[in-house]
Write a protein that binds this ligand. Structure first.
Ligand SMILES: *[C@@H]1O[C@H](CO)[C@@H](O)[C@H](O)[C@H]1NC(C)=O
Ligand SMILES: *[C@@H]1O[C@H](CO)[C@@H](O)[C@H](O)[C@H]1NC(C)=O
Length: 483
């Protein structure tokens, strides 16, 4: 059994290595380049400046050029990679003069650092999650090999990390460890891993409420006050202690702390930048938000609607705590944040995909469909990075690995759900047709962004349906019986 997991792990790493050979975000696009340069620039800044200056504008740190806008753990990771870069070739991280470097050797170095994160964080975390899923939900046929294959070859994460260039593998890996710890009743470990995830990328806030509701509800359910107090104090000191350690360089002054927070939550950047498959970008088609509502007002509207969309699922989790409800609440909360919150990026859909994969044992067909939609929603971004060929190749591999293989085995189930099958077929045909249109039909000069817009609106419609679906599953009796 263990040899199967190892085989899948190495296959998944090979797949990533192959995708690494392709282009990346901002390649050859001076003067700003893209995410690849952003990550390199953070190595340059963290290696050359004291921690206090990492998040502040100054003569040696121009925040308008890819200023650091992720929490401290990302900065420390950049520092570590930057020190390694210095050993390899110090020209990679020289202050200012290294900007825009993208030689073959440098690309190879950068790609290797992502693969290292895959090998040492993401893949092991996924193995642990798959094993904990199987141990917890044996009765519902959660199968560790199947889950691990899905987690390891899900094209969205591979394309964004090893193609576009980011390190979502670290934050998602830490979040997956936290989920696994919840399933395995290790609440201190869950608090520890999740706090690390949150300190790597603030987008992990999409996952925060279900962890909070689950852990609070669990501590409150202790019979004696003493054990309640011990567990609550334990979790609180882990979370606060970790925050204090990671934020130590800035905690000395209020201004410095506020400056870091300001970098992490830049209200000034507007409700969305590129076309993204969320509610506001679709709504913007019929009602131009920027002409009517100021940024600050918009931020409050986003906060209100997001809270409205996430509170019921988390309150339900709090009162009806079960591990199955936890996974559903995680999916619903992440989807609601993606649809309604402020400053959403296309890549944030990966945060919804992680809980979606965890729901696979109960709803295989629905969740594979969701994962396809999630990759579809990122197609404009992937096309900008010249990654369409790897995208299509990975989707074909994914499709065959899961749809054909898994559903053939479960023929009986297939007959039961004919309506759903037809809906999925229609949706998939629609997505393929739009993709073909996007590739073959030139947009008119009047509507240059028409294809990305169509892709965003169609994906947004799908994600809204999935959010309603998730709510129905969580609140219906069916889901209670399934736990
Ligand atoms: C930040 O510093 C750079 C140069 O050091 C300067 O050009 C820029 O205007 C500054 N930006 C802000 C917002 O102060
Ligand atoms: C270091 O990188 C620079 C380009 O950034 C290259 O010109 C130089 O040859 C490299 N040095 C070594 C020792 O590889």
């Amino acid at each position: 059994m263990i040899s199967e997991l190892i085989a899948v792990a190495f296959a998944a790493l090979s797949l990533r290595a192959i995708i690494s050979m392709n282009s990346f975000s901002g390649y050859n696009k001076a003067p700003m380049f893209g995410d690849y340069e952003a990550q390199r620039h953070w190595q340059e800044v963290t290696v050359n400046l004291p921690a206090k200056q990492w998040y502040t504008n100054g003569t040696r740190n121009d925040l308008q050029y890819w200023g650091l806008d992720y929490p401290p753990l990302t900065a420390y990771h950049s520092y570590l990679v930057g020190r390694t870069a210095e050993l390899v070739n110090s020209s990679y991280v020289e202050l200012d003069t290294s900007r825009g470097i993208e030689t073959r050797q440098h690309k190879s170095f950068m790609r290797l650092t992502v693969l290292a994160a895959d090998a040492f964080v993401y893949i092991p975390a996924m193995i642990i999650l798959a094993i904990c899923m199987e141990l917890t939900f044996r009765r519902t046929n959660a199968n560790r090999r199947q889950l691990f294959v899905l987690l390891a070859i899900y094209p969205g994460q591979v394309l964004i990390d090893n193609g576009h260039f980011q390190y979502n593998n670290i934050s998602l890996g830490l979040a997956a460890l936290a989920i696994a710890a919840i399933l395995y009743n290790k609440h201190y470990v869950a608090a520890f891993a999740f706090t690390l995830a949150l300190n790597y990328k603030q987008m992990e806030l999409y996952h925060a409420l279900p962890f909070f509701a689950y852990l609070l509800s669990s501590t409150l359910s202790h019979k004696s006050f003493r054990s309640f107090a011990i567990e609550l104090a334990g979790i609180a000191s882990i979370v606060l202690g970790l925050f204090a350690i990671l934020w130590f360089p800035w905690l000395g002054s209020l201004d410095a702390t506020l400056q870091v927070l300001h970098r992490l939550f830049p209200i000034g950047r507007g409700v969305f930048e590129d076309k993204v498959a969320n509610f506001w970008c679709s709504f913007n088609v019929v009602y131009k938000l920027k002409n009517h509502i100021s940024n600050d007002q918009m931020a409050i509207i986003c906060l209100g609607t997001t809270l409205l969309a996430v509170l019921p699922t988390n309150i339900h989790l709090f009162f009806r705590r079960s591990k199955h409800t936890f996974l559903l609440a995680l999916f619903n909360t992440a989807a609601a944040f993606f649809l309604f919150s402020f400053q959403v990026h296309e890549k944030s859909i990966l945060l919804v995909s992680l809980p979606a994969i965890c729901l696979f044992p109960w709803w295989p067909r629905e969740m594979v469909w969701f994962l396809e939609v999630s990759v579809f929603s990122m197609i404009p971004l992937l096309r900008r990075d010249n990654l369409l060929v790897p995208t299509i190749a990975l989707m074909i591999i994914f499709h065959f690995a899961f749809k054909c293989r898994y559903f053939q085995v479960n023929k009986k189930m297939e007959d039961e759900k004919n309506l759903l099958n037809s809906i999925i077929k229609i949706s998939e045909s629609l997505m393929v047709s739009i993709l073909v249109g996007f590739l073959t039909i030139e947009p008119t000069a009047r509507l240059p962004d028409i294809w990305p817009l169509i892709i965003s609106v169609i994906s947004c419609g799908h994600i809204c349906v999935f959010l309603v679906w998730g709510y129905i599953q969580q609140f219906s009796n069916l889901s209670l019986n399934l736990k």
